[in-house]
Design a protein around this ligand. Structure first.
Ligand SMILES: [Zn+2]
Length: 125
């Protein structure tokens, strides 16, 4: 997507505007916007609670996660099933679709890999 703005007055111009219709300037700023830069970064979270159980028996989190090292947005899915003692985590590169990190193990053996979010869930209880 290409957007053209007058460098003098800032008016948005169309491609066939030779000069700015607002101020007559020929100077233009061309802004190229990459499609995948305009994204909504959403996350959905959920918990399933059951009477008699202190902790939620199921938790999930699906959405975008900013990878701080690379500054890239990754797609991250996390599932916890306490009933089945399962922990599952998938991290994908949003642009290529490649799986960057995948972790599937018993929840009781999962140590969080330094994940602050997981620790937060634990410390809340
Ligand atoms: Zn102008």
């Amino acid at each position: 997507m290409i957007e053209i703005y007058c460098r003098n007055c800032g008016k948005k111009l169309s491609n066939d505007n030779e000069v700015c219709p607002n101020c007559g300037s020929k100077k233009r700023n061309i802004i190229v916007t990459l499609k995948d830069k305009i994204e909504l970064h959403d996350q959905i979270k959920g918990k399933v609670k059951r009477q008699g159980f202190k902790k939620p028996i199921r938790e999930f989190k699906v959405g975008d996660d900013l990878h701080h090292k690379s500054g890239k947005w990754y797609h991250k899915e996390m599932y916890i099933d306490r009933e089945k003692d399962q922990y599952k985590e998938i991290v994908k590169d949003k642009t290529t679709g490649n799986i960057i990190h995948k972790c599937e193990e018993p929840l009781s053996k999962h140590k969080g890999h330094g994940s602050a979010k997981y620790k937060k869930i634990k410390s809340n209880e």
